[in-house]
Write a protein that binds this ligand. Sequence first.
Ligand code: MG
Length: 282
Amino acid sequence: MYDVPIGVFTSIDAGLGVNFEVVCELGLKSIQLHTPRRESRTPAGASAFLYKLWEHGIKITTIFLGFEGESYETIEITSQTVGFVPPKTRAARLVEAFEISDFAKLLGVTYIGSHIGFVPHDRRSNEYAEVVETIRSLCKYLQKNSQALTLETGQESVQALLTFIDDVACNNIYINFDPANLILYGIGNPIEALKLVGRKVRGVHCKDAIATKGTPGVDWGQEVPFGSGEVNAEEFIKTLQKIGYKGALTIEREIPEQPEKQKEEIGAAVNLINSIKIKIND
Ligand code: MG
């Protein structure tokens, strides 16, 4: 019986994902949360939010790191602004990630997700060593809080991501698999990639996309509702079942400028996933 929870990528006061109120309206019981702003990450903020979660019977599976100054406007801007790769913000963001980990602990959350940024390609470069060392420090900090790190897929091939994970050499580093990102960044077939990294997957995003008609890796593809792009939603979920993934199927839809459409499309994705689960269990 394949009966894993359906979740949605959510925010409460900032960042990516759908607003928390919409999750309640849709009656979903599982979320990944994009980290709240610094001023909300207090013990009082955690208590108030825990009460809301309890009221609605919602469980947080992962808190995603997010930092001021990050922008996904173009692939080039993403590489300059997102995660721990840009050197100017690296040290401060590491400290902030520790704070977010402590906040997540107050909420009882054990997985911390991260877009770490575009990992440098040359494994012998100083830059690569510095990024490895930064992520190792983060993993060690998370270990003290009994937490694990999940790296979002997309910016590099999954082989490169596995090599990076091996180089970090910590036992609490895994993958949050976003199949649409592989298409958006022009990396390749998400189902084949999922089979390669199966043992490392601890979270997923049910997101979809169409590849760019321009230059892959330079021009963005287009994000589309789950099930209407090139991911092959049914094959994706069947493959997750085959690799033994038992975590939540977390829907991600990033069109905050169209909240009504966003809510409707998340609802449609829930129906689609339920219909695929029925087929799997038939
Ligand atoms: Mg994602």
